[in-house]
Design a protein around this ligand. Structure first.
Ligand SMILES: Nc1nc2c(ncn2[C@@H]2O[C@H](COP(=O)(O)OP(=O)(O)O)[C@@H](O)[C@H]2O)c(=O)[nH]1
Ligand SMILES: [Mg+2]
Length: 361
């Protein structure tokens, strides 16, 4: 039982009246009238619009699988460079070179700094042993960078977020099974980053071949204990589970990319023109590009950022701080020396209570 003072709904200048002891009822309106808590949503919206946010996508797969085209299709502008004929030096290069390109995309007043990290050269060699290493290192370096920023005594109000929020892994449309390189890569990377596998250039498979290939891939993912996004363990509630189950049943999405528009029934559509007709990339009867776009941008963008921060980064942070013997009382920060050589102590265990979804662009 609790005591309540009731305010007249006419407003705050009025003094509260004691209304006695009441058991709490489900509707706040009964007791207090309209308070206006929902206005916080507008405040959050305005803040996010002002500050913008960052989203970092990594694309991995052999050259020519349509990575750059797909990223351009996703954001409908030239955000990623198309692959050009490699020069001699690139041809003989034995390493996976990572390149990141950032763009600020603005839609209806909301600014997003999109960074696409491309991994040309992945899986292009005859001997692809350890070709995932530069990618693993890159992902971990971004976590390390973020952790260092968090451990400064005087932290930035908003830490620049270069962490990889999503890794889109391109599977060639072979119609067979996962290749050893796919298994090795996804096994390793699935532990440190959210992976979304896709079947590239799905227009080269028939509908039956697509379905069979998708089934075999799902079977291989399970058999090899590969964790791809969205993971069942991180579903927040039953509603989430129902939505995510549908996505999991459909993964990997069979996608088609293009940066060309065509006229279909008087409408402009993104599509690939073939001898037999136009494959409309946003038409769900033609391919699953729209499912991928909805997952990455429309329904799960914030969740991808949350999973990166709360799961993958957190795992890295705990491991790293344990390694450096950092205690709650903040000693032994040798792993994180300041530029001037002194130690950094912030009196906390390094956690941040700040939302990472905002950044100054
Ligand atoms: N058939 C087909 N070709 C595609 C598709 N996406 C891209 N391509 C073509 O494949 C070639 C390589 O694409 P690109 O995006 O540069 O591949 P990347 O090396 O993986 O970045 C280009 O000629 C594209 O036009 C697709 O979905 N289907
Ligand atoms: Mg490319």
């Amino acid at each position: 039982m609790a005591q309540f003072w009731q305010y007249c709904s006419s407003r705050s200048s009025c003094s509260p009246c004691f209304v006695g002891e009441k058991s709490i009822r489900s509707s706040g309106r009964d007791l207090f009238g309209y308070v206006g808590i929902e206005a916080v949503l507008d405040q959050m919206r305005r803040k996010t619009m002002k500050a913008g946010f960052e989203f970092n996508i990594m694309v991995v797969g052999q050259s020519g699988l349509g990575k750059s085209t797909l990223v351009n299709t996703l954001f409908k502008s030239k955000v990623s460079r198309k692959s050009c004929t490699p020069n001699y030096e690139e041809k003989i290069s034995k390493t996976v070179k990572l390149q990141s390109v950032s763009h600020v995309i603005e839609e209806k007043g909301v600014k997003m700094k999109l960074t696409v990290i491309d991994t040309p050269g992945f899986g292009d060699q005859i001997n692809n042993e350890n070709c995932w290493e530069p990618i693993v290192n890159y992902v971990n370096e971004q976590y390390e960078r973020y952790l260092k920023e968090e451990l400064y005594v005087n932290r930035k109000r908003r830490i620049p977020d270069t962490r990889v929020h999503c890794c889109v892994y391109f599977l060639p449309a072979t119609g067979h099974w996962l290749r050893p390189i796919d298994v090795e890569f996804m096994k390793r990377l699935g532990k440190i980053v959210s992976i979304v596998p896709v079947i590239a250039k799905a227009d080269t498979l028939t509908m039956e071949e697509r379905q069979e290939f998708k089934q075999r891939i799902r079977h291989d993912l399970k058999a090899n204990g590969i964790r791809v996004y969205p993971q069942t363990e991180y579903d927040e509630d039953p509603e989430d589970r129902i939505l995510n189950d549908k996505i999991r049943e459909n993964i990997p999405f069979a996608v088609v990319g293009t940066d060309k528009e065509h006229q279909v029934n008087g409408n402009k559509v993104l599509g690939r023109k073939t001898k037999w007709g136009i494959i409309e990339v946003e038409n769900m009867a033609h391919c699953e590009f729209a499912n991928l776009r909805d997952l990455l941008i429309r329904s799960h963008l914030q969740d991808l950022k949350d999973v990166t921060h709360n799961i993958h980064y957190e795992t890295f942070r705990v491991r790293r701080l344990n390694e450096s013997n950092l205690t709650v009382h903040g000693l032994a920060l040798s792993c994180f020396p300041m530029e001037n050589g002194t130690n950094r102590t912030n009196g906390t265990n390094g956690t941040s209570d700040r939302s990472d979804s905002e950044s100054h662009l």
